[in-house]
Design a protein. Structure first.
Length: 179
């Protein structure tokens, strides 16, 4: 049956056209050609929005954790953890607190690496990762952090350890050779 014959066959003026098999055949074609692809597009679009929202939430949780870490740094001003040069006159208690704080930092960096890093990042994900890369580089420039890095990386994810070692070498060339 061609389209013209089908159209003539259907009488839309009568409510009985819903009982006509030809009407349902045309309706199925309309659904198959228009509505189904549109529904698939909407589904994929919603999935992407959910994935983006989950990525943003994960990033925000990591940022909150880093802010909490910085509060710990602020609570220990005697360690001078935000200064460029490490103190060399620390007491045993201060050295132990410094080590614990650095262990917390490495754990946070590892979590960020596992959650947010991929070699082929682009767009927003790349910008987010650059923030973490900057944080890691900043800490790798500290002599005491750099010196403790081999100890801090024991038992950590191998890919993460290789990544931060590379950053340490880039930030403090010559010193990383001893790691």
């Amino acid at each position: 049956m061609d389209a013209v014959t089908l159209y003539r066959h259907l009488s839309f003026s009568s409510p009985m056209f819903f009982l006509d098999a030809a009407f349902w055949e045309v309706a199925s074609y309309v659904v198959a050609t228009l509505a189904l692809p549109f529904a698939i597009f909407l589904f994929l679009h919603e999935q992407r929005k959910e994935r983006d929202a989950e990525d943003e939430e994960a990033y925000q949780l990591l940022q909150d954790a880093y802010n909490d870490f910085l509060k710990i740094v602020l609570d220990n001003p005697d360690l001078r953890l935000r200064s460029a040069k490490a103190r060399d006159d620390l007491t045993d208690d201060q050295r132990e607190r410094t080590l614990i704080i650095f262990e917390m930092l490495i754990a946070l960096f590892e979590r960020a690496y596992i959650v947010a890093y991929a070699p082929d990042l682009s767009g927003v994900a790349r910008k987010r990762w650059h923030s973490w890369d900057d944080y890691m580089r900043e800490w790798c420039r500290r002599e005491d952090f750099h010196y403790l890095l081999p100890q801090l990386l024991r038992g950590e994810d191998e890919e993460f350890a290789a990544y931060i070692r590379r950053l340490a070498e880039e930030e403090r060339p010559g010193l990383a050779a001893s790691m």
